[in-house]
Design a protein around this ligand. Structure first.
Ligand SMILES: Nc1nc2c(ncn2[C@@H]2O[C@H](COP(=O)(O)OP(=O)(O)OP(=O)(O)O)[C@@H](O)[C@H]2O)c(=O)[nH]1
Ligand SMILES: [Mg+2]
Length: 449
């Protein structure tokens, strides 16, 4: 198995520079061949200006900057070489091809990070933080990833794991050495400690709702009958003409998704096909999809046309969204006094997609129910569903054990849940994660990371 890996670390495409990264014991040897210099021994962490030659014709291929990171002091823990070339896709591909000929192999998704993990350069939650940082949709979400990368999650977990392990040790040794059960007062102390750990674990998991919103954003669906101005509003919120707008009812037939941010919070905005009874096959599929988008959304913005009276279709939509999180926007306010009176409904805004009137208020109203305004200053948030799931499982195992203590079960039985809980907490940072799980997690990384 070839052990030196290579990948493009920057996106493929024309750019000022493009960076190729190698990792593994053979990296330096490969680069020596590329630069036609058998004695090339770059000083670690210093930039070296070097020409790279065509392996077959010996012509100069590119002038590059080569940086060497020596094993144990590099990202992966192995010898790493970064070659900064001119960002020409053909040059980048050619140099990678030469590396492959010189006995490197293409890196798998996330393989650089996986090696960093295997060599103890970081733990699993930190490697995941790098992935999330790269994928971050907003600065606030990026900040959370950086906090995780700097070990904030692992640091919060460590005392919980330590306490749990202490308790396990006490119970295990009771099993081994003591004839009788633990005295009641000692069991009380253990119970108290376990309650605290369960509580802390639950508290961490409770930040997931906000963390997830920050990471994935709020899914907002624009719905309404045809021609009320959903696509016009979609474009106005995005700030460019993304969706087709016409005076023909039934213009939008498929869903359109776009992302933007309000106050740093990522919003995933969905424009939908206007809801109405229709015999048109394509349109009716679109209407079905609109209904699914409604069910799936974190928030539905129901759009009405203020220049017309409420229709049967509008009322049908009201009936459908009644129990779903929603707000109502009456559009086309520029055409004069709205004909629509909605008594007793506080969540109504008057806007004009055409002039932009009321859009600021609408944006505020969209994020308001999620009370994320102060998120920047709050503590660390759990943003990964995997972490949340493991925290909840650990909590539930501890609670089961607590229940068994109350039932005066033997230490042996009580210990099962505690061992499980410790294992779940360990899976967050990776020390008790199996090979299979790692493969699955790292497949969500990009190539070259
Ligand atoms: N005066 C005025 N006209 C608007 C406003 N918003 C949309 N319109 C017009 O209303 C018509 C329909 O707009 P669209 O944005 O295509 O409506 P839609 O809800 O997406 O319609 P479908 O895709 O058919 O469901 C177009 O002629 C728009 O120019 C507004 O705020 N004021
Ligand atoms: Mg439309």
């Amino acid at each position: 198995m070839k052990n030196t890996i290579v990948a493009l670390a920057t996106p493929l495409g024309r750019s000022g520079i493009g960076v190729i990264r190698l990792s593994g014991a053979g990296s330096l040897e490969i680069v020596r061949k590329l630069v036609h210099d058998e004695k090339f021994s770059p000083k670690p962490r210093f930039a070296a200006l070097k020409k790279i030659y065509d392996l077959e014709t010996s012509e100069i291929l590119d002038e590059t900057i080569i940086t060497y990171f020596q094993a144990s002091n590099s990202f992966t823990g192995e010898d790493v070489i970064e070659i900064s070339c001119h960002g020409s896709p053909v040059i980048l591909r050619q140099i990678i091809d030469f590396c492959l000929k010189l006995d490197a192999r293409m890196a798998d998704a996330g393989e650089f990070s996986l090696r960093a993990l295997a060599n103890g350069r970081m733990n699993l939650s930190q490697a995941e933080a790098i992935r999330d940082l790269i994928d971050a949709q907003s600065i606030a979400s990026a900040r959370q990833s950086v906090r995780q990368l700097r070990g904030e999650l692992s640091n919060q977990l460590q005392p919980l794991k330590d306490d749990l392990l202490d308790i396990i040790v006490v119970l295990e040794s009771t099993l081994e050495f003591v004839e009788d059960d633990l005295p009641d007062f000692q069991m009380e102390i253990i119970k108290e400690k376990l309650l605290k750990i369960a509580d802390q674990t639950g508290k961490m998991a409770s930040t997931f709702q906000a963390g997830k919103l920050l990471r994935e954003g709020i899914k907002v669906a624009l719905v309404g009958r045809p021609n009320v101005g959903k696509s016009s509003l979609f474009n106005a919120l995005l700030g460019h003409e993304r969706a087709i707008v016409t005076e023909i009812a039934g213009t939008t037939r498929d869903q359109l998704h776009e992302r933007f941010t309000i106050n740093n919070i990522p919003i995933s905005l969905i424009d939908t096909a206007g809801l109405r009874e229709t015999s048109d096959t394509v349109e009716s599929i679109g209407v079905e999809r609109s209904k699914r988008a409604m069910a799936d959304a974190d928030l539905i913005v129901v759009l009405l046309d203020g220049s017309e009276n409420l229709t049967v279709e509008d009322k049908e939509i009201f009936a459908q969204i009644e129990d779903l999180p929603h707000l109502i926007a009456v559009n086309k306010n520029d055409l004069g006094q709205s004909k629509i009176e909605l008594n007793g409904n506080s969540n109504v805004l008057h806007i004009s997609a055409k002039t932009g009137e009321g859009l600021e208020e609408l944006q505020k109203a969209i994020i308001e129910p999620f009370s994320l305004q102060e998120i920047d200053d709050t503590g660390f948030l759990i943003s990964d569903a995997r972490h949340n799931d493991l925290l909840l499982r650990a909590k539930s195992e501890i609670e089961t054990s607590l229940h068994l203590i109350d039932e005066k079960m033997s230490e042996e039985i009580i210990l099962i849940g505690l061992h499980n809980a410790l294992r779940y907490l360990g899976q967050i940072t990776g020390e008790t994660t199996t090979e299979d799980m790692l493969t699955r997690i790292f497949s969500t990384f990009c190539i070259g990371k």
